[in-house]
Write a protein that binds this ligand. Sequence first.
Ligand code: ZN
Length: 100
Amino acid sequence: MALPGKEPVVAQVASISVECADCGRNRWWRPDQLKRFGVNGNTPLSALSGRIVCSACRADGLPGTTISIQAAFIDERQRVRSEAQMLSDREVPVEGAGRG
Ligand SMILES: [Zn+2]
């Protein structure tokens, strides 16, 4: 979904799901919990899979790099909120206008 020249970065996501294909573990991380992987707000989402490893697999001596990343964008929450606001601000039709 990345637009050319405007790659989504960690600062745009509310939380990140990391699923390990090797052991099946799945957990959600907040962006600030990813700092220990060298991830900050400017890290492109496409770079996450190269940085995050499954700690459980590492403990077993496996690479732990067969992970899939899913991101929940902050924008989606904002969109829902603005739609709700639009509904409450909807103009009320004026009755009686146009009568002589
Ligand atoms: Zn694993």
